[in-house]
Design a protein around this ligand. Structure first.
Ligand SMILES: [Zn+2]
Length: 866
């Protein structure tokens, strides 16, 4: 069978045949006539199609732009897939029982045919503009954000007025008459990227999590077929948003609305590329169609005030509000990356409770949580609550540092732009790969490490880059992008192409990213393995680390570009502070050892208390004899900054009475007021130290180590903090022997009992919070003012914004500011939208203080909830 693109007539014929063959499943109708008199055909597909309008529905539109043939082709393939497989595939059957598909394979038939037959790169419809030019960009002719344009020759000419075109008014009339539509997917090419709808504001929207998750779940299905991951592009400042598109019109009517840009070129090789695009999108479409019911008026409402209740380094408790309803339970999903899917693969809990504790988490790590409810009777799910984002606390011995490059230390150097390479630093984007105008182009990225001690032991490292604008960047499935450590001695000038090209590479990171995984709008991360971490450790001595980023250096036949763009976060076209490349380093430092000789030893038996002796065992009456050891901890540093990483008691035995009994001895960390026999007998035991020593052990070894476990180390820190003497008792375990003793060395210049403590110096507790937080409107922006805590250890504040709940963690929302100032403006925010701001003070670890928060609540906006 011939495998090539269908014409519009063939598409209509195909639909007609389907209606004949599957009359219970599909109907078709014309929703309008084009300028050239073609019918704009819409098909309705559902089980018992006569009831289709009563079910929640997904709307598919294709080929709004004439040259973007994927829309029509995918529509035909999807319809064919549904109809020919519904009887054998329970998933399709279930989906079409509960949901309806409205599908317009080609919204721009005139333009499509013009593109097929005459000018393949044609985009608009075929309106005669009356001035010798033709066509209106249908995706600029909808009403939301419509911008009038005069240039009729332009490819994005928006038409004389909104809905001036038969194609757009047909869509408006159809959608306005169908309240059951909950999801709309508009298929375009190219870029392999999702563009979810937006409301022309740089603020989270209540549907933001739904939109991103819808796309991420499509990615989950796409990846199963081809391993590809589309970008999910959302959340940039609203300066360059397109106006008058169908997507924003549907979204304005409460429909979750997404543009899907498919493929790497408009009219790809059918059998090689188009087939792949279709195959990967069909399961994604089916999953999304099944979601239509979860956004209908019959679906449960989303939970409110989903938030972090408490958290530690390895546990997080989440809580939320919901009206009591015995039929409703909740599904909680966890991801470690943003914009990942919520499927069974990451469903971590189902519960009827309104709180949940997640356990066994990693310290100092990012987690993303999602929640939706399920009606246990109907199985219909709710939309998602706005996601919660959190970084767990660091472990007690850990530090972390996020470093951004200085503007003059990040940029790209291109082989054909030798004169201007210097200007590519600290401005807009990194171009990496190859194309005809730039030649071969490398990224250069240097991080200043002087905030990290030279002897740091590196535990985790992540390098992050934000790929952007793949639509312009043109990436085929070809080549891969990688990062290399550069020997800094081999490069004296970062701007010099030849030097970077010939730079001495220490090591290329094992993880490279192939083109199909390099997706715009989703952070690319490089997590270093242990060899790479040890290389970074060697770079600490230089106080800097230099990386070279390389892409392909040659082009496939017939292609002119294989160039990836990464945001630099600087300059007018950079996405700002949020999108700056970074290196995150989690590390610890070598511990120091302190050996503390015992302060006092005492032998305590029923008859007498003997100072400066250390004996344990049994007396003539089988009563126990105890040895008491006391240590003065005042030689340890300031308890607020002492983290004990290891500790043990070293003790040597002098002599012991012989016996064949299996007697064992152990050491207890105790809390006793005095040395009276009574007190020792009824001692308050804090914890056993290490394991017991047996009689046989005494014969084998003279020296014994009793090692502190984690809990005992914390108890030792507490005793130090309370400025007390640390007391330990050595005693035999139970036995009915009489007259048996072990004599240990107590205070003795050569053999003294010793407490060995390994510790690092690190602040344990956060510094005090900021105070006097206030909010005002200045220059049409929200401005926050506060007073910083007055302490030497203050390093800065972190300000975060969240529209839906109070941020309890510095990561839980949009970062507004980090630094030492006592005020900030919310530059991108909309002052007319309700939200919360939290301000955290941090030290050099960093430990984050309790936040102070302020609500900016507008009466008319009920979105923000406490
Ligand atoms: Zn398009």
């Amino acid at each position: 069978m011939k495998q090539q693109y269908k014409s519009y007539q063939q598409t209509c014929d195909f639909l007609e045949e389907c209606v004949k063959k599957y009359p219970d499943l599909i109907t078709m109708k014309s929703i309008g006539k084009t300028w050239e008199g073609r019918d704009i055909m819409l098909a309705t597909i559902s089980l018992n199609v006569e009831n289709a309008d009563l079910k929640p529905a997904m709307l598919f539109t294709g080929t709004v732009h004439a040259r973007e043939w994927i829309g029509n082709e995918l529509a035909v393939s999807f319809i064919d897939y549904l109809l020919t497989n519904y009887s054998s595939n329970p998933k399709i059957l279930k989906t079409l029982t509960k949901n309806t598909l409205y599908i317009v394979p080609c919204l721009n038939p005139d333009g499509f045919e013009y593109s097929r037959k005459h000018f393949s790169f044609w985009r608009k419809n075929r309106r005669n503009n009356g001035d010798g030019t033709y066509g209106v960009d249908l995706n600029r002719n909808f009403s939301i954000g419509y911008q009038k344009s005069k240039d009729t020759a332009s490819n994005v000419y928006s038409g004389p007025n909104p809905f001036s075109e038969p194609e757009t008014i047909a869509m408006k009339n159809f959608v306005d008459g169908k309240d059951n539509i909950t999801i709309a997917l508009d298929y375009h090419s190219q870029g392999n990227v999702f563009f979810p709808g937006h409301k022309f504001s740089h603020e989270e929207e209540i549907e933001g999590t739904d939109l991103n998750t819808l796309c991420a779940n499509m990615n989950y299905e796409i990846a199963k077929v081809t391993g590809r991951k589309y970008g999910i592009h959302r959340g940039k400042p609203p300066t360059k948003l397109i106006s008058g598109s169908g997507r924003e019109y549907y979204y304005s009517r409460g429909i979750l609305s997404v543009v899907v840009e498919v493929g790497t070129r408009n009219i790809p090789d059918f059998m090689q590329n188009m087939k792949e695009s279709i195959d990967e999108n069909i399961p994604a479409l089916l999953r999304t169609l099944g979601e239509a019911q979860n956004y209908s008026t019959n679906a449960p409402k989303r939970v409110s005030n989903f938030h972090i209740d408490t958290y530690t380094s390895n546990e997080i408790t989440l809580a939320w509000d919901y009206p009591t309803n015995k039929d409703i339970y909740y599904q909680i999903f966890r991801n470690t990356e943003d914009k990942e899917s919520c499927t069974n693969a990451n469903l971590i809990a189902e519960t009827y409770n309104t709180s949940f504790t997640d356990i066994q988490l990693q310290s100092g790590s990012n987690y993303f949580y999602f929640i939706r409810c399920v009606n246990n009777l109907t199985k219909v799910k709710s939309p998602f609550a706005p996601k919660v984002k959190i970084k767990t606390l660091l472990d007690a011995n850990e530090f972390s540092k996020t470093v951004f490059p200085a503007p003059n230390e990040i940029g790209y150097v291109a082989s054909k732009l030798l004169e201007t390479n210097r200007k590519h630093f600290g401005l807009n984007s990194l171009f990496i790969g190859v194309n005809e105008t730039k030649g071969t182009s490398y990224g250069v990225m240097q991080f200043n490490l002087d905030g990290i001690p030279e002897n740091a032991i590196i535990k985790d490292v992540r390098i992050s880059l934000y790929p952007l604008n793949r639509v312009n960047a043109k990436i085929e499935k070809f080549g891969e992008w990688s990062i290399s450590f550069v020997d800094q001695d081999s490069v004296s000038e970062l701007y010099d192409y030849e030097q970077i090209h010939n730079a001495q590479i220490i090591e290329t990171l094992g993880q490279s990213i192939p083109s199909e995984k390099l997706t715009q709008g989703i952070w690319s991360h490089w997590d270093l393995n242990s060899i790479e971490k040890s290389i970074l450790e060697t770079q600490l001595r230089n106080k800097k680390v230099l990386f070279k980023i390389s892409g392909p250096t040659e082009l496939p036949e017939g292609r002119d570009s294989q160039m990836m763009m990464f945001d630099l976060g600087y300059g007018n076209f950079g996405g700002g502070i949020h999108y700056r490349p970074s290196i995150d380093i989690k590390y610890t430092i070598p511990s120091q050892e302190i050996v503390i000789d015992v302060l006092n030893t005492t032998t305590i038996s029923e008859d007498e208390i003997e100072q400066d002796q250390l004996i344990c065992g049994f007396d003539a009456n089988n009563a126990k004899i105890y040895g008491l050891m006391e240590f003065d901890l005042s030689t340890l540093p300031n308890p607020e900054e002492t983290i004990i990483t290891d500790s043990y008691i070293r003790i040597k035995n002098k002599s012991a009475t012989k016996t064949k009994e299996d007697i064992r001895y152990n050491v207890e960390f105790v809390d006793v007021e005095d040395s009276a026999y009574e007190s020792i007998q009824n001692r308050d035991r804090i914890e056993f130290i290490g394991y017991e020593v047996s009689r046989a052990d005494l014969q084998k070894n003279k020296t014994h180590k009793f090692i502190f476990d984690h809990y005992s180390r914390l108890a030792l820190e507490d005793v130090h903090r309370d400025d007390k003497v640390a007391k330990f008792v050595i005693r035999p375990t139970y036995s009915d022997i009489k007259n048996h003793i072990v004599n240990w060395y107590g205070k003795d210049s050569n053999n003294s009992v010793q407490l060995v403590v390994n510790y690092i110096k690190r602040r344990k507790e956060p510094i005090a919070s900021i105070s006097d937080l206030s909010l005002s409107i200045e220059n049409d922006k929200v401005k926050l003012n506060w007073t910083n805590p007055n302490t030497e250890d203050f390093r800065g504040v972190y300000v975060v914004r969240n529209r839906f709940h109070i941020p309890k963690n510095h990561l839980d929302g949009d970062k507004i500011y980090a630094g030492r100032d006592n005020y900030t403006y919310d530059d991108f925010g909309n002052k007319d939208i309700s939200k919360y701001y939290s301000v955290f003070a941090y030290d050099n670890v960093p430990n984050y203080s309790e936040p102070l928060f302020v609500g900016h609540l507008k009466k008319e906006d009920d979105v923000a909830q406490v």
